[in-house]
Design a protein around this ligand. Structure first.
Ligand SMILES: [Zn+2]
Length: 95
């Protein structure tokens, strides 16, 4: 078990902002720290088991209330991130 400090790109912060609905200041159901959203955009799995500390180059801002968001601010992710996409139901009723 190690500890790694990751400085994320400004782009990643913007991308993560677009994946949330609100923050703990405007949304009571915000329960996930912002860094976990950033974590979803990380593609490599080499660091599994490593504690990762995210450093934001800029503060994010809530898409709903424009409050500043740092890596530990609680946010509400969009529902399509919370669960895997549902496969479309095929309506093939031709018999
Ligand atoms: Zn907010």
């Amino acid at each position: 078990m190690g500890r790694l400090v990751l400085s994320v790109s400004q782009n990643a912060v913007v991308q993560a902002e677009s994946a949330i609905l609100g923050c703990d200041r405007c949304d009571r159901s915000a329960t996930i720290p912002f860094w976990q959203i950033l974590d979803r955009f990380r593609s490599d799995t080499v660091l599994a088991g490593t504690e990762i500390v995210y450093i934001l180059p800029i503060l994010g801002s809530c898409p709903n209330c424009r409050s500043q968001i740092d890596e530990i601010t609680l946010v509400e992710p969009k529902s399509d991130l919370a669960s895997p996409p549902v496969a479309p139901i095929l309506l093939e009723s031709k018999v």
